[in-house]
Write a protein that binds this ligand. Structure first.
Ligand code: SAH
Length: 398
């Protein structure tokens, strides 16, 4: 039984009726609770007239509640099993569960899987859980147990990596570690038949950028005979695909020393120690500034999110414009530029406009060959457009 009731201001239930998963603090009229309300508590959301409308985790910030269900049902072990089963069903539909060619994928993509505040990535038999809300964090053991249970033997270990993603910490002092099973904190995975070492303990995010899987495959398709420059390479995903696709030369750049070592290791892991791969630990802007023109005919620009908040969007767009202008200026005639933005706050149109301005600055003829997005294991909840974030353009530069 949930004793906490949160009443909305008149008319503020409209977005929930359209199944948006957040209740903003400004929509809340009053809270009725027997005990003091703690971040992460389960609460019931009621309209101003008293009708039940949703149940979710109290989040206590500008997002007051993250909705779990629009039904009056208990959030118990069965509920978690059902939600996680549904997530598995979708990935099974996508051919990602039990595949020999790809054994790493996103199992839960927050609102995209109607689990606001939760991300789960699967690497072989290990699942990495990242909680972005205290409510999810408090439920982590229940989630881990349900996950192993519904996986039908696919998942044997669950590692919690929430220390860096929890918003207010909610009085908790999170320590990362295995919730179920054990392991070495790293493993080997295959993606489209290519091999990668993933370190989920000390790597960025959950250790690997699964969201670029299909875009990496597209780079592979265009790489034959091309000289490829992969900037912001991290663990070298695009580089590995480019070489597998028949590139003449592959150069990887990342400002992190550790990242370029990982990129190098993944190249060797796939193609042997002799693979002619150059990896530079350098700022990508500086690298592009200093490099000669016409040196590369396929360039990848996959920077980290330049805008983490709405209020810095204008500045981020300047960053995208500057970066893309440099690459468009320097790429060889007939070159192909893969350019991305993973800033959720930057819209597809804004990004395209920034790249259009970059083309104008560079004074070159640019055509769009492909418009890219996030893969289907990062689904976009149609009622919750905030779950869409990755945008990419493939440009042909003359
Ligand atoms: N393309 C990668 C993911 C990129 S993540 C993949 O497919 O896996 C973004 C990367 O950009 C991080 O590795 C980070 O270290 C790097 N980075 C951030 N700022 C940078 C800069 N100014 N110059 C070069 N690399 C940078």
């Amino acid at each position: 039984m949930i004793s906490t009731k949160l009443y909305l201001k008149r008319g503020k239930e409209e977005s929930l009726r359209r199944r948006h998963l957040w209740v903003f603090s400004g929509a809340v009229a009053r809270v009725v609770s027997e005990a003091p309300l703690r971040e992460g508590d389960l609460v019931d959301v009621h309209t101003d007239e008293g009708a039940f409308i949703a149940r979710g985790h109290y989040a206590g910030g500008s997002i007051a509640v993250r909705v779990l269900t629009f039904r009056d049902e208990p959030i118990d072990d069965t509920w978690w099993r059902n939600r996680l089963s549904a997530a598995f069903d979708l990935r099974r539909t996508l051919g990602l569960v039990g595949s020999d060619r790809t054994n790493c994928y996103r199992l839960v993509h927050g609102e995209g899987d109607s689990l606001s505040g939760l991300v789960i990535d699967v690497y072989g038999q290990t699942a990495i859980l990242q909680c972005h809300s205290v409510g999810m964090y408090r439920a982590r053991r229940q989630i881990a147990a349900a996950l192993v249970e519904v996986s039908g033997g696919q998942i044997v270990a669950v590692y919690d990596k929430s220390s860096g993603t929890l918003p207010f910490k909610g009085g908790a002092s999170p320590d990362d570690g295995y919730l179920i099973g054990t392991g070495e904190g790293a493993g080997e995975v295959v993606e489209n038949g290519l091999r990668f070492r993933v370190d989920w303990v000390s790597g960025q995010k959950t250790g690997f950028f699964l969201d670029q899987r299909e875009n990496r495959a597209l780079v592979g398709r265009y790489s034959a005979g091309r000289r490829v420059l992969n900037t912001f390479c991290y663990t070298g995903g695009f580089s590995v695909y480019a070489w597998a696709g028949g590139a003449e030369e592959v150069v990887s750049v990342d400002s992190s020393e550790r990242a370029v070592r990982l990129a190098d290791a993944n190249m060797q892991f796939n193609f042997g120690e002799e693979v002619p791969h150059m990896a530079a630990a350098e700022d990508a802007f500086d690298f592009l500034n200093e490099m000669e023109r016409d040196k590369y005919d396929l360039i990848v620009l996959d920077p980290p999110a330049f805008a983490k908040h709405q209020r810095v969007v204008a500045q981020a767009l300047q960053g995208y414009k500057k970066l893309n202008a440099k690459a468009i200026m320097k790429i060889r005639r007939g070159g192909i530029l893969f350019t991305f933005s993973c800033s959720q706050a930057v819209s597809r149109e804004q990004f395209r406009l920034a790249v259009f301005s970059a083309a104008a600055i560079a004074g070159r003829n640019v055509r769009i060959l492909h418009q890219l997005s996030q893969p289907a294991d990062h689904p976009i909840n149609i009622c919750h457009p905030e779950s869409e974030y990755l945008k990419g353009l493939v440009l042909y530069v003359e």
